[in-house]
Design a protein around this ligand. Structure first.
Ligand code: SF4
Length: 343
């Protein structure tokens, strides 16, 4: 077995060769040391804090047809759009629970005109002065992104899903391109957004080399947030019979990402916790995750935002119990970034 000194070097410098990445990804030999080092790195930079974001799934309409996604255009599902009033109510619900970052997530919905979205952003900012608005609404023009930034949005999540062109083509129809997605990410950065990217773990046809390409692309992009989650099949998609992604591999990748990006916001995603592994939340936080995104969407809509099968429905009650659960795991909530709470 290879000497583990390369891992200590990775811990110190944040860099690792593709050859050693392959070794980490394809063997289990170094897991124990990797998880230990990632936990130390997490504690060094984030102590035992968990950042909370209030997720608002405000539209399940989408003009795209990604082969892995349950709300793709071709899915025969009930379509909804939250009104501005309903969105503000979700923000209020989050705010009351001490959550100051709102993530407005939706499909790539062509019916939301820029001005309408800008108005929503402005009103959220007026009503919740100390909040941060994150958008996750897909690929748009530079002009649109600029208008959202001007209106007050400061963060944008857009996962590349895979950074390999040939693999991207296996997951998306011909009218979508990886080039455009990457351009959008760099444009968002140029405008001033803090961007989030990420990829699907064990998506159909994914190879180890594809994952290495994703990690290298993230190095180049240097995002503020990185979201990775296991692929989970959805019954209305072409990949309905494909097996779900691995919990172990996803957690291992969280640790690799923590060592590569010590400061990044890395969520323990809902999809990861959908796999129902015992202690999944604690394992992912210990591995390096430092963000949770409780769902603020009204329950009656949440059930229709079924990106993948068995997506859990969150209620206020479960958020309260989640808070308690975190305390028992030795973690604390952090409301404001850069300002550590006293207790
Ligand atoms: S992954 Fe996003 S862009 Fe693709 S179909 Fe689903 S919601 Fe639309």
């Amino acid at each position: 077995m290879k000497n583990s000194s390369f891992l200590y070097d990775f811990f110190k410098k944040g860099n690792i060769s593709n050859e050693n990445l392959k070794l980490l990804l394809e063997t289990e030999d170094f897991n124990e040391i990797l998880f230990k080092l990632a936990k130390i790195k997490r504690n060094e930079h984030h102590k035992n804090y968990v950042n909370l974001r209030g997720l608002i799934e405000f539209t399940n309409n989408c003009e795209n047809n990604c082969y892995y996604c349950g709300i793709r255009k071709s899915s025969k599902i009930f379509r909804y759009r939250l009104s501005k009033k309903e969105i503000l109510k979700c923000c209020e619900k989050a705010d009351k629970q001490g959550i100051k970052t709102f993530v407005l997530q939706g499909g790539q919905d062509p019916n939301y005109k820029d001005e309408e979205l800008c108005q929503i952003i402005r009103e959220i900012k007026e009503n919740f002065k100390d909040c941060t608005i994150t958008l996750s609404i897909g690929e748009k023009s530079k002009k649109s992104y600029e208008s959202f930034f001007k209106a007050g949005a400061r963060r944008f999540l857009l996962r590349q899903e895979t950074a390999s062109s040939s693999h991207y083509e296996m997951l998306h129809p011909k009218n979508m391109s990886l080039k455009n997605r990457k351009n959008c990410l760099f444009t968002l950065k140029e405008i001033g957004f803090k961007v989030g990217a990420g990829f699907l773990v064990n998506s159909p046809h994914q190879t180890t080399n594809n994952i290495i390409k994703d990690l290298n692309f993230l190095k180049e992009l240097n995002p503020f947030m990185i979201g990775i989650g296991p692929f989970i099949p959805q019954k209305q998609t072409p990949f309905k019979n494909h097996k779900a992604g691995s919990f172990k591999l996803t957690v291992k990748l969280i640790s690799i990402l923590r060592l590569m990006f010590p400061f990044a916001m890395i969520p323990s995603t809902t999809s990861l916790n959908t796999l129902k592994e015992e202690n999944s939340l604690k394992i992912s936080l210990d591995a390096g995750a430092n963000v949770l995104m409780p769902n603020m969407t009204p329950k009656k809509y949440q059930i229709h935002y079924n990106l993948y099968d068995n997506k859990p429905i969150r209620t206020n009650k479960t958020i309260k119990s989640l808070k308690k659960k975190l305390y028992t795991m030795g973690y604390k909530f952090k409301v404001y970034e850069n300002i550590l709470q006293k207790n």
